[in-house]
Ligand binder design. Structure first.
Ligand SMILES: [Zn+2]
Length: 97
């Protein structure tokens, strides 16, 4: 994977280029459909989470060590279905003992 999509920057193999594009200027459809789909930039995480992701203190290191467990434990609890208004995203706090 060393060929960058000229539209979105995703990395591809040359074999993934579209049939009609030349090897000298490859285009790709699996990532952004040749620039037809552009997603908004990812927002920065909240300050508390940013601290946990970057700090070297014991709580932050412990959080990163177990981040997959926290994510799995909360994966099904993030959304609450409110029939009349659709989905509402709940806010959760992770507290260390
Ligand atoms: Zn692309």
């Amino acid at each position: 994977m060393d060929i960058e999509c000229p539209d979105c920057g995703a990395l591809h193999w040359m074999a993934e280029k579209t049939y009609k594009s030349p090897k000298s200027a490859p285009r790709f459809s699996k990532c952004c459909k040749e620039g037809a789909v552009m997603l908004p930039a990812i927002k920065d995480p909240p300050d508390d989470l940013k601290e946990l992701l970057a700090s070297q203190d014991q709580d932050a290191v412990e959080f990163r060590k177990n981040i997959r467990c926290y994510n799995s434990a909360l994966a099904f609890t993030r959304r609450l279905r409110v029939p009349r208004f659709g989905f509402t995203i709940l806010r959760w706090e992770i507290r260390f003992a």
